[in-house]
Design a protein around this ligand. Structure first.
Ligand SMILES: [Fe+2]
Length: 153
């Protein structure tokens, strides 16, 4: 499992959800989509912070160090917005504004990762990359299972 492929796939999924929520009128459906975006981003940032970034940080260049540190800070801002979203009524004018801010934050973050940061992964050896990808896929699988269980309960 290629960790970069997995992360890019998650980026595409979140982008698609942002598109959908932009076209969705009903408050309850907007709330549901917001929760889905939030769950996906929470998993994604966790995989990056706990598994992928620490490995990238081992790449011995100043650039790697800087990019990883910046990415952690961007995640921090994303988490602040995610924490506030459930408090805002989807019919409130602030809901859409907050979602737009979140979408822009993610867009910027995705661009930096895909244009620059993920290229650093070429400097990690193949076996290690493979192992990182495995761990990330497993965690994603577990998170998916717990969401499914919650829904079934
Ligand atoms: Fe990412």
């Amino acid at each position: 499992m290629d960790p970069v492929k997995l992360l890019k796939k998650q980026h595409r999924e979140v982008e698609a959800l942002f598109k959908r929520i932009g076209k969705t009128e009903g408050a309850s459906e907007r709330r549901r989509l917001m929760e889905e975006i939030s769950a996906k981003l929470t998993l994604h940032t966790k995989l990056e912070e706990e598994i992928f970034y620490p490995a990238l940080r081992e790449v011995p260049t100043k650039k790697a160090e800087e990019m990883v540190l910046e990415a952690y800070e961007e995640h921090h801002v994303v988490k602040l917005v995610l924490a506030e979203l459930p408090e805002v009524d989807p019919e409130d004018e602030r809901f859409e504004a907050k979602m737009t801010v979140l979408e822009e934050l993610i867009e910027h973050h995705v661009e930096e990762e895909e244009d620059e940061m993920f290229k650093l992964a070429d400097k990690i050896d193949d076996d290690e990359l493979e192992a990182l990808g495995e761990r990330m896929a497993q965690e994603a699988e577990q998170a998916g299972a717990s969401v499914r269980n919650k829904r079934a309960a």
